[in-house]
Design a protein around this ligand. Structure first.
Ligand code: DLL
Length: 431
C-alpha cells in the first residue's frame, strides 16, 4: 500500500523542484546557524546563493563522520538545545559516539517516513509489529516503534535479547511482522526449531530487516526458515535512523530512498567524483528537511548504486541496490577487495553449511591471510571425515572462483559461532 500518494508517486520534475526548494532552505539555515558549515562554505569560496540548481550541489564539499566527532557532542546542531526533544548516538568502533538530535518536527517526519516504509513493506494498521531492534541510544528501536504507531499497527516493544521470551510472545500475541537485524532473524529461526515450534504455528508473515549488510542468498535462507517475506530496510543515525530507504514488497528489488527528504549521490570514494546513475560507488546523502542536525553531502561509506528505472509498485523515488557493505568493512586480502557479503553469498548457496560464519583476517609475514569459519549442519557433522573434506574443498574452490583468492576454510560444529542479538560481527581482523 502507498502510504502517502501525494509524495511517493510525484513525477521526476516535481521531485526535483521540491528537492531544490528544500535544499536551498536547508543551506540557508545551516549557513546562518552552524559555524562549521559557515566555515566550510567560506573555505570553498561559496555562499548558499551560489547554489542555483540541483547540479550545483556538487560544488559543496563533503562532510564526514570525523566532522561529527570534531564537533562532539552538539556542535553540528542547527537549533538551540531547548528545541531538541530526543538525542540518539551511534557507538562506532573507535572513539566517541556520534551524537544526533531531533526536534519535535524531526520526530514527526521520522515517524511519517517509518510509517511510509512499513506500508511499502506491506504492513498495515491490522498488523502486530514485534519490534526486536534495540531500544536505547541506537535508533532502531524507537525509530521503528514510532513508525509502527503512526501506521496504526499494534507495536510490541520487545527490544533485543531474551530470545525465549521473544518466542513466547511472538506465539501468544500473534506477531505478524518482525523488525530486527537479518542475523537476529536467523538466530530466532534456529531457536524456534530448537523449541520444536514450526513457523507455520506462528502468524509471522513479514520481516523488516536491516542495520547490517546481508546478501540475497541470506534473504532466501531467512524466507525459507521463517516462512516470511524478508524486506530490506536501510538507514543510519547520522542521516535519520531506520527509514531512509526500503524495498517495496511488490518488487523486493532495490530500496526506494525517500527523495522528498534526502538527496542521494554516488561518488567514486577515491576521487570524490560524482558518478552517473547505475554506477557503483559510495553513497553520499544530503538531508533537506531535517532541523536538528541537517547533514550536507554526508559520506555514508556505504557502497551501492542508484537504480533510476521505474518500479512496478508505482513509487517514483529512485532505488538503491542492496548495499554491498561499507568502504571500511572492505577487506583487502593480498590486494583483492573482498566484501564479507560476497563470501556470505557463496556460503549460503552451499548445501551442508549453515549461514553462521566469521572471517578471521591475519598476517603471516607480509602476507594477508583469510580464514573462513563456517558452521556445518548436524548431518554433515556426524558424517564421515571425507564428507567434511569434500565440503571444505568445495567452499575453497567457489571462493577462489568468485574472488580469485585462496583462503583457509574451517568447518566448525553446529552452534559454535556466537549468535548476535543486534548487528552481527562478521570480521575479526587481527592485523
Ligand atoms: O543501523 C539504523 C537502522 C536501524 C537501519 C534499523 C535499519 C534498521 P547505525 O547504527 O547508525 O544506524 O548504522 C548505520 O548500518 O551506514 C550501514 O553501514 C549499515 N546498514 C544499515 N542498514 C543496512 C542495510 C542503523 N539494510 C550503518 N544493509 C549504515 C546494509 C546497512 N547495511
Amino acid at each position: 500500500m502507498i502510504w502517502n500518494d501525494d509524495f511517493e508517486t510525484l513525477p521526476r520534475e516535481a521531485i526535483e523542484a521540491l528537492q531544490f526548494k528544500r535544499l536551498k532552505q536547508t543551506l540557508e539555515r545551516v549557513y546562518a546557524t552552524v559555524p562549521f558549515y559557515q566555515n566550510m562554505f567560506k573555505q570553498a569560496g561559496l555562499t548558499p546563493a551560489d547554489i542555483r540548481s540541483l547540479d550545483d550541489l556538487r560544488k559543496i564539499p563533503f562532510t564526514y563522520k570525523q566532522d561529527m566527532r570534531d564537533n562532539y557532542p552538539y556542535g553540528l546542531f542547527a537549533v538551540p538545545l531547548d528545541q531538541i526533544v530526543r538525542i540518539h548516538a551511534s557507538s562506532g568502533t573507535t572513539g566517541k559516539p556520534t551524537v544526533v538530535g531531533y526536534t519535535k518536527r524531526d520526530i514527526d517526519m521520522w515517524s511519517e517516513l517509518m510509517a511510509r516504509s512499513f506500508a511499502a513493506a506491506g504492513a498495515t494498521s491490522t498488523d502486530v509489529i514485534h519490534n526486536s531492534y534495540g531500544y536505547g541510544l541506537f535508533t532502531g528501536g524507537l525509530g521503528a516503534h514510532y513508525g509502527a504507531e503512526r501506521l496504526g499497527a499494534s507495536v510490541i516493544p520487545m527490544s533485543g535479547g531474551n530470545t525465549k521470551k521473544q518466542m513466547l510472545i511472538m506465539k501468544d500475541f500473534g506477531s505478524t511482522v518482525i523488525t530486527c537485524t537479518p542475523s537476529y532473524s536467523l538466530y530466532l529461526a534456529e531457536a524456534l526449531a530448537e523449541e520444536g515450534i514450526d513457523p507455520s504455528e506462528l502468524k509471522l508473515r513479514v520481516g523488516i530487516l536491516g542495520a547490517e549488510p546481508w546478501s540475497e542468498a541470506m534473504r532466501a535462507e531467512i524466507e525459507a526458515k521463517l516462512g516470511i517475506k524478508a524486506i530490506d530496510i536501510y538507514g543510519l543515525s547520522e542521516i535519520l535512523g531506520p527509514g531512509v530507504a526500503i524495498e517495496c514488497i511488490e518488487a523486493q528489488n532495490g530500496l526506494h530512498i525517500w527523495e522528498d527528504h534526502f538527496i542521494p549521490e554516488i561518488i567514486d570514494p577515491a576521487t570524490g567524483e560524482v558518478l552517473p546513475y547505475g554506477e557503483k560507488g559510495e553513497l553520499v546523502i544530503t538531508t533537506i528537511t531535517k532541523e536538528g542536525i541537517p547533514m550536507i553531502r554526508y559520506r555514508t561509506r556505504d557502497i551501492t548504486r542508484i537504480l533510476p528505472e521505474p518500479c512496478i509498485c508505482g513509487r517514483t523515488h529512485v532505488r538503491l541496490e542492496r548495499l554491498s557493505g561499507r568502504t571500511d568493512d572492505m577487506l583487502i586480502i593480498r590486494g583483492v577487495n573482498v566484501f564479507p557479503s560476497q563470501i556470505e553469498s557463496v556460503l549460503c548457496n552451499i548445501d551442508g553449511v549453515e549461514p553462521h560464519y566469521q572471517l578471521i583476517v591475519d598476517r603471516d609475514g607480509n602476507l594477508d591471510t583469510l580464514e573462513v569459519q563456517v558452521e556445518v549442519n548436524e548431518q554433515v557433522f556426524s558424517d564421515e571425515i571425507k564428507v567434511m573434506q569434500a565440503l571444505n574443498n568445495e567452499i575453497r574452490k567457489q571462493i577462489k572462483d568468485l574472488l580469485g583468492i585462496t583462503c583457509k576454510i574451517r568447518l566448525v560444529e553446529p552452534k559454535t559461532i556466537t549468535r548476535s542479538e543486534g548487528k552481527a560481527q562478521r570480521v575479526i581482523d587481527r592485523r
